[in-house]
Design a protein around this ligand. Structure first.
Ligand code: PRP
Length: 218
């Protein structure tokens, strides 16, 4: 029997929304993932091995070929993406946006802007395209407090419902990117195990199309 395909999975909301799609495409973990401290699971069918990790590490595992396939957000790929893999599919789940945001009604300085974010590369690229001079300050979470504490003029962060911004008196300004979950494939794996990987992608595509309904809406 051939080696199972190794799939690196972004833990959290992406994993929660992806597992039902994966199960419908015929791949289920050998024991329930929810509430488990295990990080590596075999699949019941034996065709895949599922590995749970932080989103930012998914592109790294796939780029180095330690995983054949990765499932993570476009935000992660924009920030940490690089060579070594192909982005092959938009799963259309865990949709959100990367936005800039500031305290409601704040007057922004006309000169250099201070921006707090964990999306340092995304922010630098965006403001360079806008021709704005910025200083980007790296934070690892709870970005919303940075403008309230006088650390930054703006934040660049993920917005889903907008509840976190509202609860902290911030408003979204620019939409920098629309985000959803993507499937990435190691370049060498795609060449060496083309038929298996294409079959897996075809099955997933069928499930995703079915769950989108006749109007294509999710
Ligand atoms: C994200 C993001 C916002 C929040 C937005 O944080 O950083 O804080 O979700 O969601 P909302 O618009 O629905 O309120 P997350 O909970 O993923 O944790 P993080 O701070 O570690 O990124």
């Amino acid at each position: 029997m051939t080696e199972p395909l190794t799939i690196a999975l972004n833990r959290g909301r992406i994993l929660d929304e992806f597992l039902p799609l994966l199960a419908a495409s015929g791949i289920e973990p050998d024991e329930p993932m929810a509430g488990s401290r295990r990080l590596i699971f075999d699949s019941k069918c034996g065709r895949a091995r599922l590995v749970v990790m932080r989103g930012a590490d998914v592109p790294t595992y796939v780029a180095y070929g330690a995983a054949d396939i990765g499932v993570t957000g476009k935000d992660t790929l924009l920030e940490y993406g690089g060579a070594g893999f192909y982005e092959r599919m938009d799963l259309g789940i865990a949709r959100c946006r990367i936005v800039s945001a500031a305290p409601i009604g704040a007057v922004l300085p006309s000169g250099r802007l201070r921006i707090a974010t964990k999306f340092v590369n995304v922010a630098k690229r965006y403001y360079a395209e806008q021709g704005r001079q910025v200083e980007v300050i790296r934070l690892s979470g709870a970005m919303e407090i940075a403008p309230l504490m006088g650390l930054a003029d703006l934040i660049v962060d993920i917005v889903d419902t907008g509840n976190t911004l509202r609860a902290n008196g911030l408003e979204a300004l620019d939409t920098i990117a629309h985000i959803s979950t993507r499937v990435i494939i190691n370049r060498a794996s795609l060449k060496m195990r083309f038929a298996e990987i294409e079959a897996l992608l075809d099955n997933l595509r069928t499930v995703v199309d079915d769950s989108a309904g006749p109007g294509g809406e999710r």
